[in-house]
Design a protein around this ligand. Structure first.
Ligand code: UD1
Ligand code: CA
Length: 452
């Protein structure tokens, strides 16, 4: 069944106490909203509509950065979850498939859970709601069941004592046929304890219209919603625990798992070893059999099979390391392609550069890529040898098998196989060091006497 995804993201998020819209707060290196989008990808949505409210402009920008095809519906006033979903009606006009509703602040819904809901929907229910057995049902909506039929959902505020004793609660996730759901939204009213248009009321309405509703349950942990910074911090801990476990199960060695931090989209291949205290920002892929040594910070980069990075290395967006590349301690790499077997072992900055295979970049080498206004590229050929402390003033190229003398400031292109020396010539003045020291010592003795 073709499915459209609606993500509710209009809530105020008041308790975050933040200028940033709640759904843009990062979890695992990416906005909360990206987690809901990733979960929703389970249905390969034909259309995705994000319902925005406060901070709509920023939310739209961030969502489009994830996927430019996302559409938006604005909810001027937050009149309730039913009202929020109804805002997507225009964007979904004429759509006759299924609709999956997720919250933008509930990041842990598993794709497998959504697939189970789809199966229940295919099994004949017009509406399927995701429930969970709550340890503390508190203010959650309660699912009133009769056999496998979901009779209605009652919000805690509106519930009788008997209903409040139910601990099967509403997660908020719902999947329904668009032709059943959309007309029911128009029939919602706000005659309830909160004075809101409840999405949950569609269940009872559906049954009045002879439609069928059911529920699928999941672990409570999946339904965790973020309302405060404390909850966000707790969610980060849970997210990291599950990413570490997943990495270990995939065959990645983590020497001290609790010190390694992943992003939502981090991919690490089998038999890669990650030493303690490594941080992955978004957009990192590490192929199999690589070694990430202690204290590295990596984002937006690709590390190929058998490469070694760190300790204490920083790979920034656009760093591409081919197989068996070695990037050593105190090296920063940005927007640079380093070909197979090349080595940048110590204390270097490699930015906006291309480095050929098996090239050796000496300690302290810097690509001077920025002239204060523009960025320029450095190209280094295969098997070139860049002497220690070479400044490569870009735009500049060094040819295959060329050599730069250490301490050189390279401002002109170096042809293949050439040696470039660009530093002051050394002079020797016999005896001058001793003479100088004697002069300095007697000057100091004179000054010490004057002070007394
Ligand atoms: C809702 C459910 C409740 C469920 C609970 C799970 C309803 C009426 N109640 O309650 O049964 O147990 O979630 O967490 O649906 N939102 C909008 N626009 C609005 C209102 C809400 O976009 O006008 C968004 C919020 O940003 C949030 C989500 O919808 O992401 C849920 O809203 P919230 O106010 O937290 O609902 P609850 O009262 O917690
Ligand atoms: Ca909530």
């Amino acid at each position: 069944m073709p499915t459209a995804l609606i993500i509710l993201a209009a809530g105020q998020g008041t308790r975050m106490n933040s200028d940033l819209p709640k759904v843009l707060h990062p979890l695992g290196g990416v906005p909360l909203l990206a987690h809901s989008l990733a979960a929703g990808a389970a249905v390969s949505p034909e259309k995705t509509v994000v319902v925005t409210g406060r901070g709509a402009k920023e939310v739209i920008e961030a969502a489009q950065a994830q996927n430019p095809n996302i559409e938006f519906a604005h909810q001027q006033e937050q009149l309730g979850t039913g009202h929020a979903v109804a805002q997507a009606a225009n964007a979904l006009a004429g759509f006759a498939g299924d609709i999956l509703v997720l919250y933008g602040d509930t990041p842990f819904i598993r794709p497998e859970t959504i697939t189970r809901m789809q199966a229940a929907r295919a099994g004949g229910h017009d509406i399927v709601v995701l429930g969970f057995n709550a340890r503390e049902p508190g203010r959650y909506g309660r699912l009133v069941m009769s056999g496998d039929q979901l009779v209605r959902i009652v919000e805690a505020k509106d519930a009788s004592d008997e209903e409040r004793a139910i601990n099967l609660c509403n997660s908020g996730v719902i999947i329904a046929g668009a032709t059943a759901l959309m007309p029911l939204l128009e029939k919602l009213d706000n005659n309830n304890a909160s004075g809101e248009y409840y999405l949950t009321d569609v269940v009872a309405l559906a049954r009045e219209h002879g439609l069928s509703a059911g529920a699928v349950t999941c672990d409570e942990a999946e339904t965790l919603g973020i309302n405060t910074r404390t909850e966000l911090a707790r969610a980060e801990t849970l997210f990291q625990q599950s990413k570490r476990l997943a990495a270990l199960e995939k065959g990645v060695t983590l020497i001290a798992p609790e010190t390694v931090f992943f992003a939502l989209d981090t991919h690490v291949g089998r038999d890669t070893v990650i030493e303690p205290n490594v941080f992955f920002g978004p957009g990192v892929t590490v192929e199999s059999g690589a070694t990430i040594r202690a204290f590295c910070h990596l984002e937006g980069c690709h590390i190929s099979r058998g490469a070694t990075v760190g300790p204490f290395a920083r790979l920034r967006p656009g760093a591409e390391l081919a197989e068996k590349v070695k990037v050593g301690n105190f090296v920063e790499v940005k927007n640079a392609q380093i070909a197979e077997g090349a080595k940048v072992s110590h204390l270097s900055y490699i930015g906006d550069a291309t480095i050929g295979e098996a090239a050796n970049i000496g300690a302290g080498t810097i690509t001077c890529n920025y002239d204060g206004v523009m960025k320029h590229r450095t190209t280094i050929g295969a098997r070139a040898f860049i002497g220690s402390n070479t400044m490569l003033v870009a735009p500049v190229s060094v040819g295959d098998e060329a050599l730069t003398a250490s301490g050189s400031v390279i401002t002109k292109n170096v042809p293949d196989g050439a040696l470039a020396v660009a530093r002051a010539r050394q002079e020797i003045k016999p005896g001058l060091a001793r003479k100088l020291f004697e002069k300095l010592k007697s000057a100091k003795a004179r000054r010490d006497k004057e002070v007394k």
